[in-house]
Design a protein around this ligand. Structure first.
Ligand SMILES: [Zn+2]
Ligand SMILES: [Zn+2]
Length: 307
């Protein structure tokens, strides 16, 4: 679905603008993110000279895949330094509009400049889910590990997406986990596919394969429809839904066993082909409902974490 969908989808800034129009109550929050998503979109192109094809993708390690180990889990990232710094230079200023981040943006940028934050090490630690080492690494560069991890994620995302664009798209059909086979991150959103993006007369018939969209590297992978990506629970009725009446194609899929949820779009119910990362922020009204139920987002971010 990757190539087909990417060719057809709307750019992220346009997706956000559409959501603001459709849901004016979210506009004041969402417009803040339009410059950020514009920068992310531009970076995927402008980073091309700074990234190389990823050997981990062109020759996927079958043993890793069989054991549920993401392909980049043990990768080296010596190549990432210049790309990471360029992305930080373009991304960090776009986050100044977010309340309470100004000081963190400064100290994070200084860390990169002074060499106390080292992109290859930071990337490796972030992707290895070694929370303790990550916390130590980010200690003097952000007010909390969560904020430091958020900034890392915002910078690293476009870099990995650019590297993926340059790499062979591996065949990962055997992957059965709820986290990304490429980078190990949880999905920001899922979707049910249309049978053929060009044939709207088939709308509502056929299709319906479930894909999860990686919150970091943007890879989309097939997943079992009735299963929870958080805990793999696939008992009958494991997945419950919450949706708003006015847009039934947008929903949140939740699991009471592990108390997590992930947003989902039923693309069969709409002719829209939104950018999935941007569409995930547009589900903020459902994030609020989920938070009120005591559920945790599988991929926490600034806009779905409410204290
Ligand atoms: Zn990923
Ligand atoms: Zn679960």
């Amino acid at each position: 679905m990757d190539a087909q969908y990417l060719a057809k989808r709307k750019p992220a800034p346009q997706t956000l603008a559409d959501i603001c129009e459709r849901r004016p109550a979210l506009a004041s929050v969402l417009t803040i993110f339009i410059p950020l998503y514009t920068a992310r979109e531009e970076l995927r192109e402008s980073l091309q000279p700074l990234v190389s094809p990823l050997p981990e993708l062109s020759e996927p390690n079958a043993e890793f895949l069989a054991n549920g180990v993401p392909l980049l889990a043990n990768a080296g990232f010596d190549w990432i330094d210049a790309a990471f710094k360029k992305a930080a230079h373009d991304i960090l200023p776009q986050l100044e509009a977010v309340e309470g981040l100004r000081e963190d943006l400064k100290t994070f940028a200084e860390g990169l400049e002074k060499g106390t934050l080292i992109p290859p090490k930071l990337t490796q630690t972030y992707l290895s889910s070694d929370a303790k080492t990550l916390a130590t690494m980010l200690e003097n560069h952000a007010q909390s590990t969560a904020v430091g991890a958020f900034l890392t994620q915002q910078i690293l995302g476009p870099v990995l997406q650019a590297a993926r664009m340059k790499s062979v798209e591996p065949d990962l059909q055997t992957w059965r986990q709820g986290y990304c086979p490429v980078c190990g991150s949880f999905p920001s959103v899922g979707c049910l596919s249309r049978p053929d993006p060009d044939q709207s007369e088939f709308l509502k018939g056929g299709g319906g394969h479930k894909y999860l969209h990686c919150s970091l590297c943007g890879h989309d992978w097939r997943f079992r429809r009735g299963a929870c990506p958080g805990c793999s629970n696939e008992d009958p009725g494991a997945i419950e839904y919450m949706r708003a009446k006015e847009s039934p194609w947008e929903r949140v899929e939740l699991c009471r066993k592990c108390n997590t949820y992930v947003g989902a779009l039923d693309l069969r119910e709409t002719t829209e082909s939104p950018d999935l990362d941007a569409a995930a922020i547009g589900l903020m009204h459902l994030d609020l409902l989920a938070a009120a139920e005591g559920l945790r987002p599988l991929a926490p971010s600034l806009w779905n974490t409410f204290d």
